[in-house]
Design a protein around this ligand. Structure first.
Ligand code: HT7
Ligand code: ZN
Length: 883
């Protein structure tokens, strides 16, 4: 397979100005005609025109109306090359035949569940027609669709519907015109028996936009929340970023077979149905929150991605990092900012830090790829969002907004790079960003150590930072990074101390801001070693470092346990209160892992129990914050901190601490359950979600006890639940322990919900991710369950992905978990390489485990790499994992 490098980027030799597509959708095959007006970049330079094309049958090719003969073009498995096109502008016309019904890869044009549907990002358009399939080719499109009217009554594409009508033979057609230039990855077509929920949104300049959410008729009642989310997103983008929607129609289509979450095609967003459909009875609070975030995300792409797009795929984070940042902010403004931040940081730590420390580590802007699909990663998305957040931390809200305004003003209608975004931020604020750009080019999570000291005579407080960035594949040596560390100082009463000035680099810099007291300042750490000395510090403070998690780093401070308990109880920065609790929990868990490995008794520090109890009893705290603060770090996070990851030890320790906490705080937890009972009617707002989160977290703790009364209580919760959040939490609580109660309630749940595939997916995931011993056997059985289908990505993610998320069973020492995944990856790869390569990633950190596990995992990776007809997608991940 060929590796593509950022350093090899070249401007295209030809631009495309207009593209007229015509689709004749059939039951056997589909005919695609394309008429493209072509302009050479350099006038008179008649270099060959190389068009991408995969799995296409070429019927004809014409230039300026004349059919090309053999010798005028060259065809291989991936290209159509026009050897000597005319030297000026010309019209290129092709006709191709494709087979959407046989396309199980779910990229390009495919038919699934009765609908034709497209997915073109990143490089799927080349499976539809011959084209320069790269994002810097931006053209205006029309799209004519012709199909059987009774089978496909709805025909959709990008832009405005300008004509439609009936044709002979029971067929009909629709003609769509998109007035905006776009790269081909934003092209979309949908055809099928769909119905819509309709609404309108009036933009800030008074234009009325028609909003339509399309689903199969039976799913329409479940689109109310999606419509609410869309309207909230449109308003928020106007209020916060000054971005108005630009067409008179916005369509969303829900499809059950989709590789990722959703796709931001211009004015025709296509969504995985699990991120559109919700009702209180079938969707959890987490589902509702995800829908709000993803509807927002795809809508926000209209400006960050569509109006301003990427020059090449290496710049993916330009649109994805920025758009994730925007959706995070949207959700923060909707609910609790702290709780949202805690969730986002946990995700970053669990998945991105792990990627950054493994064989697939890559910078936010990768240097190379074999298959671009493999680079839709937590690094590009989540770390990319952290990079955008750092601009805001450095510039403040107003400075950041000035930067985005300039970015849109400079680059509307263009395909640009991460430097262009950087330059807009810098120029709009006349800012000095020092070595900030290395966040785009260096992989690895920086490790920052901080040593503090107080000088009682001089009333100064010093913070000494040292940073290192670990080596990653292809980058053995790193430069220091520019790390913004938001810092505050607490006095002995737990109050923020006003900050006056700081000695740094031999200068005294004032922190004060226009006579207003300042309690948090952003230290700009740019070197390997750097000291900041706070002046006028009246007493020895406790520092609150990296407030709000101001940079995506691992911070090691010299704070003592007492300092951390103090911060947990007092910090005005709620994120850092949570963080202090997590640091304490991580230390505790790691110390008990050592005990477990030495066969010593496990013990729970009473001070930790007390800290958790104080949080539970603090009625001034947000309930969802309490739920987060009493939740222990995940097993993956702890394993990442060990020399050799030991899934059995970490699992046993986490289980022990949970059970011990439940036993010592039983009464407090029971009170939480009692006091936070759900109201009859499901309301999706922060207060109600927070109540449910706290009650269900408490219930989960309690259910870890061997206690009949508690089992009764949880069963009662299950039976009386009036919404899926409560019902599923109770089910999960009961399912922790093998036995009759578990079996009965799992069977009951399936019987109740077998008609709803989204709920059945939850049922699959709950069972496959279970830690009950030997669970691989159950998962094998579920593979042949009537509701499972290897062709549907959601089912694969639930059953196979769920299994890989269970450390004890996936990493079972007999290798049964690895064997299971190895076999499935090979099978799945033949159907859907994108999904197979997501699954094979579960092997990527195999070198972190003991020798026995390493050998077993390596054998599976070797088996996969040598499989016949392996896709480039799986090859790239598996071979890089082995390297
Ligand atoms: N921009 C979208 C990316 C996407 C995608 C990429 C590869 C293969 C399939 C895909 N489906 C959607 C989604 C987003 O981030 O908004
Ligand atoms: Zn996106």
């Amino acid at each position: 397979p060929k590796e593509i490098f950022l350093k090899d980027y070249k401007l295209p030799d030809y631009y495309f100005d207009t593209v007229d597509l015509s689709f004749s959708l059939g039951e056997e095959k589909t005919i695609v005609s394309a008429k493209i007006s072509v302009t050479p970049r350099v006038d008179g330079a008649a270099s060959p025109l190389v068009l991408d094309g995969v799995d296409l049958k070429l019927i004809s090719v014409k230039i300026n109306g004349s059919e090309l003969k053999e010798g005028d073009f060259h065809l291989d498995a991936k290209h159509l090359i026009l050897t000597s096109p005319p030297s000026g502008n010309f019209i290129l016309e092709t006709v191709t035949e494709i087979l959407p019904q046989k396309n199980t890869s779910l990229e390009g044009l495919y038919k699934s569940s009765g609908n034709f549907c497209t997915q073109c990002e990143a490089e799927g358009f080349r499976k539809i027609t011959f084209y320069q399939d790269r994002p810097d080719i931006m053209a205006k499109y029309t799209c004519r669709i012709e199909a059987d009217k009774s089978l496909y009554p709805v025909l959709l594409s990008n832009g405005n519907l300008i004509e439609q009508g009936d044709l002979e033979g029971g067929k009909h057609f629709a003609l769509w015109e998109d007035p905006f230039k776009k790269p081909c990855y934003l092209f979309a077509l949908v055809a099928g028996p769909l119905e819509s929920r309709d609404d309108t949104f009036t933009t800030c300049s008074g234009r009325k936009v028609a909003l339509r959410i399309w689903t199969p008729p039976e799913d329409l009642p479940k689109t109310e929340h999606a419509m609410y989310s869309l309207k909230a997103a449109m308003k928020w983008d106007e209020d916060v970023f000054g971005r108005e929607y630009d067409l008179d129609i916005f369509n969303i289509v829900s499809v059950p077979d989709f590789n990722m979450g959703a796709m931001e095609n211009k004015s025709l967003n296509i969504f995985n149905s699990k991120l559109v459909l919700a009702s209180p009875e079938t969707a959890t609070d987490a589902d509702y929150a995800a829908i709000l975030g993803v509807i927002g995300h795809e809508y926000f792409h209209n400006w960050t991605g569509n109006r301003v797009t990427c020059r090449d795929w290496f710049q993916l984070s330009l649109k994805e990092g920025l758009t994730v940042f925007r959706d995070q902010e949207f959700s923060s403004d909707w609910g609790s900012r702290t709780v949202k931040r805690i969730g986002d940081v946990s995700k970053l730590r669990t998945y991105q830090f792990s990627q950054d420390a493994g064989p697939m580590a890559h910078p936010v802007r990768p240097h190379s790829y074999i298959k671009m699909d493999n680079f839709y990663t937590v690094t590009v998305y989540e770390k990319g969002a952290e990079v955008v957040r750092m601009y805001k931390t450095l510039l403040g809200s107003q400075g950041f907004r000035k930067g985005t305004d300039l970015y849109f003003q400079r680059h509307d209608g263009q395909a640009v790079t991460c430097e262009d975004f950087f330059a807009s931020m810098r120029d709009a604020n006349d800012a000095d960003f020092a070595n900030f750009l290395s966040w785009y080019s260096q992989a690895g999570t920086p490790i920052v150590k901080v040593a503090s000291s107080y000088n009682a005579e001089a009333h100064t407080f010093s913070l000494k930072f040292t940073q290192t960035v670990p080596p990653t594949p292809g980058q053995p040596v790193k430069e220091p990074m520019f790390i913004p560390v938001a810092t505050g100082l607490l006095d002995s009463n737990g109050k923020d101390m006003p900050l006056s000035s700081i000695y740094h680099d031999g200068k005294l810099e004032s922190v004060a801001c226009g006579g207003q007291p300042v309690y948090t300042t952003v230290l700009r750490v740019t070197k390997d070693e750097e000291e900041f000395v706070f002046a006028d510090v009246a007493e020895k403070p406790i520092p609150s470092l990296l407030r709000g998690y101001s940079a995506p780093i691992r911070l090691h401070s010299d704070l003592t346990d007492n300092d951390l308990f103090f911060l947990l109880a007092n910090d005005s920065d709620e994120f850092n209160r949570w963080e202090a609790g997590q640091i304490l929990a991580r230390k505790l868990m790691l110390s008990q892992v050592v005990n477990f490995q030495k066969d010593s008794a496990l013990v729970l520090d009473p001070q930790f129990v007390h800290g958790i109890k104080c949080i539970i009893l603090d009625s001034s705290l947000d309930k969802e914050f309490i739920a987060k603060a009493i939740t222990l770090p995940g097993e993956g996070e702890i394993m990442d901190m060990m020399e050799v990851a030991d899934p059995d030890a970490v699992h046993a320790v986490r289980k022990f601490i949970r059970k011990q906490l439940a036993s010592e705080l039983k009464q407090e937890l029971l009170n939480l359950v009692k006091e936070n009972k759900s109201s009859e009617k499901y309301v999706f707002d922060h207060a109600n979600m927070a109540r449910r989160a706290l009650k269900n977290t408490a219930l989960g703790y309690l259910a870890s006890l061997e206690d009949e009364e508690i089992t009764e209580l949880v069963l009662q919760e299950y039976k009386t639940a009036t919404n899926m959040t409560d019902q599923f939490s109770a089910l999960a609580a009961i399912a922790q322990k093998p036995g009759k109660a578990r079996d009965d309630v799992l069977a009951d749940f399936y019987n109740k919900w077998q008609h709803d595939y989204l709920v059945v997916n939850k049922w699959f995931a709950l069972q496959s991710s279970s830690d009950i011993p030997g669970n691989v056997e159950n998962v094998y059985k579920l593979l042949s369950h009537q509701a499972f289908d290897l062709k549907n990505p959601n089912k694969v993610y639930s059953l196979i992905g769920g299994f890989c998320a269970s450390p004890v069973n996936f990493h079972a020492k007999d290798g049964s978990g690895y064997k299971f995944l190895g076999e499935l990856v090979v099978q799945l790869d033949k159907l859907n390489p994108q999904v197979a390569s997501r699954m094979v990633s579960a092997f990527s950190r195999w070198k972190r485990y003991d020798e026995t596990r390493q050998n077993l995992a390596k054998a599976q990776l070797e088996m996969i790499v040598s499989a016949n007809g392996l896709s480039e997608n799986v090859y790239e991940i598996a071979s890089k994992s082995l390297a």
